[in-house]
Write a new protein. Structure first.
Length: 322
């Protein structure tokens, strides 16, 4: 399988260097997530790695060949790229879009062989978009379009896939489905996938490795767990008024705790009551006032001091009226 090697790479524009001296390798059938704040240069790095933008210094190799020495068709057999740019051919069908992935292999008139057809149909099935393959791009949802773009790059049949913000504009269900799809592609095909994303919680769950990109600092790499334990994730997303919980990918405001409570009960109701308490500026501690919580007939029941009630809203009201 091919690997992508980044050697002494500086990226940016003529008037502005964004990141420098990058030395990394993408390969081994891994799903890697590139994380960082807006403006740190994630998209610029991906564009440079895909040869859509020239590096300021250093080199990029695929199979020990510099990518700028490969012609467009040859590079397209080794490296697939999905950018955030929308395709303007709204009258094209989903199948026609997927079939575009075969352009490095078809002859000069673009004639589709039996092998091309097999690979196109396999890509459509793997992405589970058979039911819309004859639909126009103008008639499908953003989530369906992103799956069609993944199918197109699968039809291109490269060992390495680069994706810029594949979950942008998707709802939570489609975001999770996209990460599940990419993980299954990696597991079943051995392809190496690098995606630029803001989805910290999903990256922590699905990625084999994270590349953390920060301003004026080297890119930090490692497993999600190692980078969570070391505190590197919090450094990348540092803010004076809140901090990012690397365990959950959730934002927590830096605020003075009004009062502490101890929660007793099952994990599920404790989880949601704790979230509500923290949102209102309260903390959870074994030394706090005891609140008992339980789920009875699919409904939260709580008891505190001599008061009992149903649902989290009534609990919060009672606490704030004490």
């Amino acid at each position: 399988m091919s690997s992508l090697k980044i050697i002494g790479l500086n990226v940016g524009y003529a008037a502005k260097e964004i990141a420098k001296d990058i030395n990394l390798t993408l390969g081994g059938g891994q799903l890697v997530c590139l994380l960082g704040q807006n403006g740190v240069g994630k998209s610029t790095l991906l564009r440079t790695l895909s040869n859509l933008q020239k590096p300021l210094a250093g080199k990029i190799e695929v199979d020990d060949q510099e990518i700028n020495s490969l012609d467009r068709r040859e590079l397209a057999t080794k490296l697939g790229i999905i950018t955030t740019e929308k395709i303007g051919m709204s009258n094209m069908t989903v199948r026609e879009l997927v079939a575009l992935g075969r352009y490095p292999y078809t002859n000069w008139i673009g004639q589709e062989s039996a092998e091309d057809t097999r690979i196109i149909e396999e890509a459509i099935s793997r992405c589970r978009i058979n039911y819309i393959e004859n639909s126009k791009l103008s008639a499908i949802s953003d989530g369906q379009f992103q799956k069609a773009m993944v199918a197109r790059v699968l039809a291109q049949d490269t060992d390495i896939i680069l994706m810029d913000e594949p979950t942008a504009h998707l709802d939570v269900v489609n975001r999770v489905e996209m990460f599940q799809l990419l993980q299954s592609i990696k597991n079943e095909t051995g392809k190496s996938i690098l995606i630029s994303t803001h989805e910290l919680d999903l990256s922590m769950q699905f990625a084999d490795e994270l590349w953390l990109m920060n301003f004026n600092a080297p890119i930090i790499t490692g497993t999600p767990e190692d980078l969570g334990l070391s505190g590197e994730i919090e450094k990348v997303f540092f803010h004076e008024e809140f901090h990012l919980d690397s365990r959950t990918g959730q934002i927590k405001l830096k605020q003075e705790v009004k009062q502490y409570f101890q929660l007793i009960g099952e994990d599920k109701p404790i989880h949601w009551v704790q979230k509500a308490l923290e949102r209102k500026g309260y903390g959870v501690s074994v030394n706090g006032i005891t609140i008992g919580v339980a789920i009875v007939n699919n409904e939260l029941q709580w008891q505190m001091e001599v008061k009992a009630g149903k649902n989290i809203r009534s609990l919060l009201e009672y606490i704030e009226q004490r």
